[in-house]
Design a protein around this ligand. Structure first.
Ligand SMILES: [Zn+2]
Ligand SMILES: [Zn+2]
Ligand SMILES: [Zn+2]
Length: 285
């Protein structure tokens, strides 16, 4: 498999849209090299992972033709992962699609479905997925696992067991296990430390590439929903103990926020066993 990282930042991007902090100033001074657009990836040129607000720039930067993409896996409904206004440009006179297969199928949870169904686009079709139920998409076996994300203080309908306590999520946020011909990818954006059910599901399933949330970067924060560099290294150790990874498994830290990203070098110091993602990074495994 070949995973192309199109966007590697959290909701506000790096540099952030309205920000003058030191990280954003430093990112601006680096020009194109300092830019991390909002999260998204493409697997083998056929399976799109999330569709955020920077999809247009990512299409240009990578010479992509989204008319040829027929399947999109959405992790959750946050706007940095699902920009429905951009997807809606697949309709009518906005898009003259030459392929015979014009339909684009969007896969995700019910909150994603609610947003997609509001659109009037004849070429968008939605399929609802459920955690731990594997489906075949574009020749891949895709299993949504629980993301420890969208955690709501007010409570929510989607409980998840996180570090021995039950927390409640406002939606059934997914992370994805994607398998094909003996290769396995875990695409874990967005999430906090993996839930017990996820670790149980992944036990003795050796992963080839693990892409982990690193929103908090160099910071160690207490709120639940994202990870930082220290959490990523901890999850790597746990996955190895779990029989889900070994020394040859590739680990990537991804989905950064300006708040915890003073520089790429600072993050690399805390992540000796990880590749620190950047826009345009392609990994074959
Ligand atoms: Zn995000
Ligand atoms: Zn900033
Ligand atoms: Zn999110």
């Amino acid at each position: 498999m070949k995973l192309l990282y199109l966007g590697t930042a959290a909701a506000e991007g790096i540099p952030a849209l309205f920000c003058e902090c030191e990280s954003c100033k430093s990112a601006r001074s680096l020009g194109v090299k300092g830019v991390h657009t909002r999260s998204g990836a493409l697997l083998d040129g056929v399976l799109k992972l999330d569709f955020g607000p920077d999809s247009y720039k990512q299409m240009l930067d990578n010479g992509l033709n989204f008319a040829k993409i027929h399947s999109v896996l959405i992790t959750h409904s946050h706007e940095d992962h699902l920009d429905v206004d951009e997807l809606n440009l697949r309709r009518g006179t906005f898009a003259h699609i030459l392929t015979t297969e014009k339909l684009m199928t969007v896969y995700g949870n019910q909150s994603v479905g609610d947003k997609i169904k509001r659109l009037e686009c004849e070429y968008l079709h939605f399929v609802s997925l459920k955690t731990f139920e594997t489906v075949e998409i574009e020749g891949y076996s895709v299993t949504p696992l629980e993301g420890v994300h969208c955690v709501s203080r007010e409570g929510g309908s989607f409980p998840v067991l996180y570090e021995d306590k039950t927390v409640f999520r406002s939606e059934d946020a997914f992370i994805y296990l994607i398998e094909k011909q003996g290769k396995r990818l875990l695409y874990a954006h967005d999430t906090d430390k993996l839930s017990k059910a996820d670790m149980d599901y992944l036990r003795f399933k050796r992963l080839d590439l693990v892409s982990l949330d690193c929103t908090n970067g160099v910071l160690d924060v207490s709120w639940i929903g994202h990870m930082g560099a220290l959490d990523d290294e901890e999850i790597r150790r746990r996955l190895i103990e779990n029989g889900s990874a070994d020394e040859n498994t590739l680990f990537v830290a991804n989905h950064f926020s300006h708040n915890g990203y003073p520089s790429r070098e600072a993050l690399e110091k805390l992540l000796p066993n990880f590749i620190v993602a950047h826009d345009g990074l392609e990994i074959e495994f």
